[in-house]
Structures are given as structure tokens and as C-alpha cells.
Design a protein. Structure first.
Length: 121
């Protein structure tokens, strides 16, 4: 019984962290949409830590894409591309097609801005 109780506690903790991670990602998205990029990055980074802790790969990929968008808006294209590449790998691994598409589109926009129209991720 003690093992079952320990499992339940761990599961509850992970569920809580998963929901907190999703909430922090959403808060990051709101800050991003109102142009408060430093706050967006702060919340995305906190969310990413929680996604990693509970091994939520789908949200990890989605959050990495969000971080990439913010860095792109800040003109930090190298940093954005690093996050997009990581997001793309994860999205493909977990079969998250909508995030894969968004990440590829965002990557293409950066290469277009840099005048590298034929670059492949």
C-alpha cells in the first residue's frame, strides 16, 4: 500500500507541475502578444523547466517554438533558430504536426529576413 500511496503522490505532483507548466506557457504567450518580451521569455523558461521535469515533450516543443518567436521578434535570429531547431526535433519525435508546421514556417521567415531563401532547416 505504501508503494501505491507514493505513486499517487508522485503522480499528483507531476500533474500539478504539468498544469503549472501549461499555465506558465500561456502567460508567456500573453506577454508575447502585448509586446512584453522579457516577461514572455521569463515565463516560457519557467514553463520549459516544468515541461522537462514532467517529461511533457509535446509542451516542451511548443514552448521552445514560443521562445523562438520572441527571440525572432527581438532580432536575435541565431537564438531563435536554435530554439526552432530543438522544437522541430521534438515535434517530429512526438508527432505534433501543428507545432512542426508552425516551427517550419517561423524558421522560413527568419531565413527570408536574412535573405537565405533556399536554406533548409
Amino acid at each position: 500500500m505504501k508503494i501505491v500511496q507514493s505513486s499517487f503522490i508522485l503522480f499528483s505532483k507531476n500533474s500539478k507541475f504539468k498544469n503549472e507548466g501549461i499555465t506558465l506557457s500561456n502567460i508567456g504567450s500573453v506577454y508575447h502578444s502585448i509586446g512584453q518580451y522579457s516577461n514572455a521569455l521569463e515565463n516560457y523558461q519557467k514553463a520549459l523547466s516544468l515541461h522537462l521535469e514532467v517529461m511533457d515533450r509535446q509542451m516542451e516543443g511548443k514552448t521552445l517554438c514560443g521562445i523562438g518567436v520572441v527571440y525572432s521578434l527581438l532580432g536575435q535570429y541565431s537564438e531563435a533558430l536554435q530554439h526552432y531547431n530543438h522544437s522541430l526535433i521534438i515535434s517530429r519525435q512526438v508527432g505534433h504536426l501543428s507545432n512542426e508546421a508552425a516551427t517550419l514556417s517561423n524558421t522560413g521567415l527568419i531565413y527570408e529576413r536574412l535573405g537565405q531563401h533556399l536554406k533548409k532547416p
